[in-house]
Design a protein around this ligand. Structure first.
Ligand SMILES: *Cc1c(COP(=O)(O)O)cnc(C)c1O
Length: 457
């Protein structure tokens, strides 16, 4: 099909929205390793997990075999308020870069949470409501997940308690107000309100917090309150399942115009947007039906795939959560307070970790100032103010497009534009004022953290 016929924005009709989520694990030869009990190191049973998570979500978490999950009608109805999300042909960026590459991005920033996280938040809140729970607890780093969950809980009438990493709580007061608007309570983490928070504060006075620490506090709070469960916005298998809606829509939109991406790029924090975007394409690759390159982009300050080890580790700092086998920097790793807030988690989704270890997925890191340079260039030609997290993918996509300019290759690049950056303007300000630093952890720092990994036989 001639290039000229491809519109700037490819929208699917509501009736073309996916009716099922796709469970990539069904097509993986090496399944992600099971979650282990933090004390006994035995595989977690459904019963044990259901003390922490909702029953249906436990089922999804443990199910490596069912390929498709019907999306419940109530969730589909909610999705329709902001989905299908557009697939955009970045004609203006291509022109600016003078590249023969064809660049597409799937834009997930068109909802109040400003990110893709609402796709899983609404599903998790729905199953909590179905189970008759009173409310849920969670952590949030940059604030997008907390906002998404607050919106989802408000919709279903659930109580929502959010532990927000202290550095973000202080840097992003307006995020907090959005969450409170949706009825959530927001506590800066580490806090005095949990046992684990108090012990972390005692060990690291003045700490600005970390996701791993906020997770421990949220899990402890859920366990202490009847009718509450804990929910997590990334990393888990269930979250990647819900996020497959991104990739399914992207693929449906591309198929409409006979477009096949050569390389698919996403930023990787805990792996949920990337896992969701690549899911149906990776499925084709695993089944031997098509070939694609997949690229995870990490911040140089928190490089779990590129510099981490593939091992069982605690999902949280307080060591109350199950152990997950993943690429990790060690649960003790507290990243420098940089601004790629949503990419600060020490580990990576067990699904993506396994695919990376099996050689199906590549990974690169980019330093923060390059990310903001890319963000600014993108904003000036494509009109969207991107989230810093998303801008990692923009940066790698632009690098790829510039290589095509050198070689003359007309590659088709697809990347995930996960959200908008309106709450990240302090970071943009630091960039503009030349005050942004490129922190990269030393090998010694990482080695010290690896030394504390749990010993699992
Ligand atoms: C949370 C977040 C990410 C990173 O999380 P993943 O689980 O790796 O997708 C990326 N972009 C935005 C806008 C986010 O809010």
């Amino acid at each position: 099909m001639s290039d000229k016929k491809i519109p700037y924005k490819i929208y699917l009709a509501e009736s073309e929205m996916p009716e099922t989520w796709y469970n990539l694990r069904a097509d993986m030869v090496h399944k992600p390793a099971p979650l282990l009990h933090p004390v006994t190191h035995q595989a977690m049973t459904a019963q044990e997990l259901s003390a922490v998570f909702c029953d249906e979500l436990v089922r999804q978490e443990l199910d490596n075999d069912t390929r498709e999950y019907p999306i419940p009608q109530e969730i589909r109805d909610f999705y329709k308020m902001y989905r299908p999300s557009p697939l955009v042909r970045a004609y203006c960026l291509e022109k600016k870069l003078q590249t023969p590459a064809k660049i597409y991005y799937k834009f997930e920033g068109n909802n109040t949470s400003g990110s893709h996280k609402l796709n899983s938040a609404i599903a998790q809140a729905y199953y909590a409501k179905q189970q008759g729970l009173v409310g849920v607890t969670t952590e949030t780093g940059a604030g997008q997940w907390g906002t998404a969950l607050s919106m989802a809980c408000a919709y279903f009438g659930l109580d929502c308690r959010v532990f927000m990493v202290k550095v973000s709580y202080e840097q992003k007061p307006f995020r907090r107000e959005v969450m409170r608007t949706y009825g959530a309570s927001v506590t800066p983490s580490p806090s005095e309100s949990t046992r684990v928070g108090r012990s972390i504060l005692a060990a690291h006075p003045g700490t600005t917090g970390s996701l791993g620490c906020a997770i421990s506090e949220a899990v402890e709070t859920a366990a202490a309150h009847p009718g509450y469960r804990y929910v997590l916005g990334s990393v888990l298998n269930q979250v990647l399942l819900h996020q497959s809606v991104i990739g399914l829509e992207a693929k449906a939109a591309m198929d409409k115009y006979g477009i096949k991406p050569d390389v698919i790029i996403g930023c990787a924090g805990g792996g949920s947007n990337l896992g969701g975007l690549i899911a149906p394409f990776m499925g084709e690759k695993l089944r031997g039906e098509a070939d694609y390159r997949f690229l995870a982009v990490e911040p140089a300050s928190c490089p779990s795939l590129t510099r981490g080890v593939f091992a069982y580790d605690f999902a949280d700092t307080g060591m109350v959560c199950p152990l997950a086998k993943m690429y990790t920097l060690g649960s003790d790793f507290i990243p420098a307070p940089n601004h790629a807030g949503g990419l600060r988690y020490h580990g990576m989704s067990p699904i993506l970790s396994q695919l990376y270890d099996d050689g199906y997925l590549e990974a690169v890191t980019v330093p923060q100032t390059r990310v903001f340079e890319a963000a600014e260039q993108f904003a000036r030609v494509e009109g969207i103010l991107p989230a810093p997290e998303s801008s990692h993918a923009i940066c790698a996509a632009m690098d790829e497009a510039l290589r095509c300019r050198e070689t003359g290759e007309e590659k088709t690049i697809l990347f995930g534009l996960t959200g908008t950056g309106y709450f990240d303007l302090v970071a943009y300000q630091k960039f503009h004022d030349g005050e942004m630093t490129d922190y990269v952890p030393s090998d010694e720092e990482l080695a010290a953290s690896f030394a504390k990994l749990p010993k699992v036989e």
